[in-house]
Design a protein around this ligand. Structure first.
Ligand code: NIG
Ligand code: FE
Length: 396
């Protein structure tokens, strides 16, 4: 039996991310309608031209946008680091070493506790319009704890990332740890991950170690991505381009040469505005990236240390206010850009064949996402598939 078709009509402003619609990257259609079969978009266009469907729903002139793609999140953890945040707001700088506090709490937690924690954050994200999330390991740092984090993450998403190389754990010699991350730990984790990641930074892993870790992951069939240039200028972006990473994330410190390399190598720069906000660090100038022809994504980096927000709308507002993206560029970055950062073409857009992952805004225009910061503007998230348990937030 064919799936029931639904017409969503009287859409004041539909963001398709199909530039052929209006000659801009957002591909806006006014007075629009969408037809879905509950899992895929069958048709999008002007309401007057819509085909007949089984069911029709009027959204009252509200704006409809693609569901947010949060391409960078660390959700498998226990405990919080609110005291560290408080100290930071009194002037203490953020340092990579804080990760070890969360590692101790995460190792001590049961599988049930960790699973409940991920479920809570995924639900929180969904309420804020996110329909796809990437989830990293990285707070276990033993073969057992990293593999269990990935198995738990895999209950919620297909976009799982092996981040055994988050930091060198207490009491372990760095060389030995890199051998473990590229050897026995990778062996255990690879079957449960799509991506391999490394924190390339002073206090974490250097360029040679990062290269070795990403190459080892690639040899096991994982796709590379990287935490690069977060705390200072460094080699992370260069390594990303050398290994053909899908995305270099953070890029808080990037030289003109880094930007040229990202553009040439076709590596997405994923900016994480919540991190600079929550660590009170200088923001990278997103305008520079866009003007240099680099593809930009925006994600939350939701984690207990550097940025404990699960809200993409918040990140969009900060990207506009403090990274100098236009509202249109910021929305594109958090949907189409972050889909590219995950090498996906079935999400981050609303056109025939794409997943029916859309958000109805309690607003007439997407502009309100940045114009009305902190306001709950998510009226509806395409929810039929979520409630059936096979939404893209769940593993495919
Ligand atoms: O992306 N930079 C590395 N990892 C996380 C922070 C993790 C933590 O502080 O617990 C980040 O910012
Ligand atoms: Fe991160």
């Amino acid at each position: 039996m064919a799936d029931t078709t639904t017409l969503l009509t009287n859409i004041g402003e539909l963001v398709t991310n199909d530039p052929s619609r209006d000659g801009t990257p957002l591909g806006i259609v006014c007075g629009a309608a969408l037809v879905t079969d509950g899992s895929r978009i069958l048709w999008a266009g002007r309401a007057a031209d819509a085909p007949p469907t089984d069911i029709a729903r009027d959204v009252g002139g509200r704006a409809v946008i693609p569901g947010f793609v949060d391409s960078h999140a660390h959700l498998v953890f226990a405990g919080d680091r609110s005291a560290e945040f408080e100290a930071r707001m009194s002037g203490k700088p953020y340092a990579a070493g804080g990760i070890r506090t969360t590692v101790a709490a995460t190792r001590a937690a049961t599988d049930e506790e960790l699973t409940a924690q991920v479920a809570r954050h995924v639900t929180e994200m969904r309420r804020q319009g996110t329909t796809t999330v990437e989830i990293k390991s990285g707070y276990g740092l033993t073969s057992h704890d990293e593999a269990r984090a990935l198995v738990i993450a895999g209950q919620f998403t297909g976009e799982t990332t092996y981040l055994g190389a988050h930091v060198v754990p207490e009491g372990v010699e760095p060389g030995e740890y890199v051998d473990l991350v590229t050897g026995a730990m990778l062996e255990r984790c690879a079957p449960h991950a799509r991506w391999v990641d490394v924190f390339c930074e002073k206090g974490a892993f250097d360029a040679d170690q990062a290269r070795a870790i990403l190459q080892a992951g690639k040899a096991k069939g994982l796709l590379p991505r990287i935490h690069a240039n977060q705390l200072g200028h460094g080699p992370g972006i260069t390594v990303a381009c050398e290994v053909g990473a899908a995305s270099a994330d953070h890029c808080t410190y990037a030289t003109d040469e880094d930007l040229a390399n990202l553009r040439e190598a076709g590596v997405v720069a994923t900016l994480l505005p919540g991190v600079e906000f929550s660590t009170r660090s200088p923001y990278p100038d997103g305008r520079r990236f866009i003007d240099a022809g680099v593809t930009v994504a925006i994600a939350t980096d939701c984690n207990p240390g550097s940025c404990y927000t699960s809200s993409v709308p918040f990140c969009i507002a900060v990207a506009v206010r403090d990274m100098h993206l236009t509202p249109a560029e910021a929305l594109w970055a958090a949907t189409a850009g972050s889909a590219q950062a995950l090498r996906r073409d079935d999400i981050g857009r609303l056109g025939s064949g794409a997943r029916a992952d859309y958000v109805v805004l309690e607003a007439p225009s997407f502009l309100h996402l940045a114009y009305r910061p902190g306001v709950p503007l998510i009226a509806e998230v395409s929810s039929a598939r979520w409630s059936r348990g096979d939404d893209s937030l769940l593993k495919k």
